[in-house]
Design a protein around this ligand. Sequence first.
Ligand SMILES: [Zn+2]
Length: 216
Amino acid sequence: MPTRTQQQPQGCLTVLLKLIGIDLGKGQQKHPYRLRDDFLSAAELSFFRVLQQSVKEDLVICPKVRLADLFMVPQAEGSQAWRNKIDRKHVDFLLCEPATMRPRLGIELDDSSHAKQKRQERDQLVEAVFEAAQLPLLRVPATRTYSVLEITEQIHLNLAQGENSPLVEPQFHQGVPICPKCGIKMVERTASKGTRRGTRFWGCQNYPQCRETVPV
Ligand SMILES: [Zn+2]
């Protein structure tokens, strides 16, 4: 199998200029980055292909999604500690709606490392995070082969469960609504564009991470 040779760090022009005493690279720091060959492990890639057959064009598959890009912690005392808990954690796969990229389902591929205690603690935390944010999470044990039909069924079952989350009516405190998602006071805003331009509404202080609104 042909392999790619390491790219020449210097172009022809750079070499020529160097010959006549001009060094463009002087004072410039060389960045040491190289492309990893293991973006997805063999097990992840094999499952990714099954997922592709399963969800087809209906959902977009995002591998290795950072939990901090998916979940937020509303600003409050001690919220940084909660943010730190998920700071360096990822979910193996995330399924999103194609038009809006709204997250619909997280999927964890459980290999043998999930039996280790440290990993189990991590798994429990991730499960709790998904549950708190009401995003369904599906755990699939890693195997040599998968049944596309079985995976498809499990995905649809979990998606349906996610849709059944009850709508929460906002509570008011001294006439100000409390964001039903974040539990903090909302602020009055005026729509600046769209068909509702000029309309006043209550919006969340965590906008754009939280887009909950309540009519004034
Ligand atoms: Zn909110």
